[in-house]
Unconditional design. Sequence first.
Length: 356
Amino acid sequence: MSNNLCFIILFILLFVSCFSSKESSSFVDRQIIMGIMFPGNFDDKGYFQNAFEGAVKITNEFEIKLLPKVLTPYPVEGKRLMTASEVLEEDVYTLQKDGANLIWFISAHFSDSALRLAHENTNTSYGIIDSFGYDDNILIPKNFLAINFKAEEGAFLAGYLAAKMSKSNRIGFMTGVNIKYVERFLVGFRAGAFYAEPKTRMIVKRVLDEFSEASGKSVAEHMYIEDGVDVIFPVMGPAALGVFSAAKKLGAGHYVIGINKDQSSLAPGHVITSVLKDVGKTIYNFSLDAIKKHKFNGGRIIEEGVKEGVIDIVKDPNIIGNNLFDTMTKIQTEIVNGQLIIPSTEHEFDLFKARL
């Protein structure tokens, strides 16, 4: 009897192991087809484009099919009873119907829906860039990966530069309506300016339509002319392009800080630096890992910054001078070594100021 029981138990264990070894995040028996979701057009010359280029690079290198998709604008004509989240999920299901089994979501906009989809569709692997609202109590499934950036580190460096180069001691920060999504940028920028020149005043303005270049230009002109700022750091969608247009229109003495890519070509002579947040590199690296290991290494929330080489700034000595170039290099080294901890929340900023 005991021998029969042992045989049955052994059979059950072998049966279970056969199925448990084929986890939902495995690509051993199937070809990867990559989908990538954007909340807006991916030709914004910055954040979305950077992500798209990373996806294109990895899929071209390994001859993988890429399915890019822009979120359908809400409300949808003829489907007015659908909620915004239902429209989003319908777009994702379209990608999956077309074969996508590794889907990247670009921006915090997708945070709630992406996590829910991962729980509901265990045969698909999902990754999100810049998730928002996840804490230690949230269960992250094995087929889901959340990647966040220590944006405050790059913003700190930009804020330091802005304060040092400002002639008016007034600098500006522009963003969209959901300022909570860019808190790390805002706090880091403010902290960097304070670290450089404590008396620097920062003006914060929000753009109602962050996909409208015209709206961005209008708000930027007001900040330059009426608020008296001479440097603006725009952290938002395509409306940011309007800031470059405004700086060019108003001429000498009006500066802008680029973001995600080196954006100096958008307004030559007016871009003092760009915060490089290499989303494309991150998508490439984590997709490469899945391709080589035939398995998506999910179930995690990851943070990367200056130390990991995905956050940096453009330091052109022809624009900022050799002394400031050396100072910025020194500060970056201190961040990498952990000697300088950059605040990412208002509370941390208060503590940061108290320690100086």
